[in-house]
Design a protein around this ligand. Sequence first.
Ligand SMILES: [Zn+2]
Ligand SMILES: [Zn+2]
Length: 309
Amino acid sequence: MVKCTICGVREAFYARLYSGEKLCAKCFLESIEYKVRATIAKHKMFEFNDRIAVAVSGGKDSVSLLHILAKIEKDFPRASLNAIIVDEGIKGYRDEAIEIAAENSAKHGVTYTVISFKELYGFTLDEIAEITKSGDLTPCSYCGVLRRKALNMVAKRSGATKIATAHNLDDEIQTFMLNIIHGDPMRIARTGPTYNDEEPWFIPRVKPLCEVLEKEITLYAYLKGIRFQESPCPYASAALRNDVRNALNRLEEKHPGIKYTIYGSTEKIREAIRERKPKIHLNQCAVCGEPTTGEICQACQLLQKINVH
Ligand SMILES: [Zn+2]
Ligand SMILES: [Zn+2]
């Protein structure tokens, strides 16, 4: 039997190729939690008395994040944790996800708020998809923008001081590559482990899982017996992102550790851009008051398009 590199006692079951370690289940799980704690500390993601809103979709990443943050929060009695579940209104898909997200929140004694596109915007995503099917935008582009705004609104309403999202290392480097591919490298400045516009109506974002591989979060969720939604969203098309994901996975297979190298480069490039680029000033949207770089926020622009139909 191959013994675990860390404890030297139990049988190894997982080979972490990028580090050369062979890990037993217990040491693997601890290593993930340790890494998340280290990421939080390194990027100073939280204050001891933060009111943290976690965006929980019911997928493996967000449910694992909820699990880990609930554990960490026990050491900080003055901090609080709330889950925000956005119901986009996707028949036959979202209902299961909401049930899973609510079940996991309750399990950890975390209060949760469900907010729906329908009550916030007057349309479900299914209705938006139907109305806009002949247009040039996919349901995903509507969903992303409307979801972000919903999160910000609910977090603000509940007095949250931070929004935690479950983006993992793979998500981060895919987005980096996509920004390059789309010819929009300056956007890299507005992404990353933490993001704050330092405006009173903007709630800072943090991504505690941003240094964990997607594959290892999946493994974490399975080993912990965490229930999550496995089926992908029926609207998930994102063809280009999938190509980038596959390309990066192939590279990692051939050259273990390459994802971390790319991640390290994104960090350096982001720092360089942030230093040189004057800060973008955010305004309040003339329609809804939410933060925007222009006059009317992207969400309101999209909703105007739908209402015109
Ligand atoms: Zn071990
Ligand atoms: Zn607006």
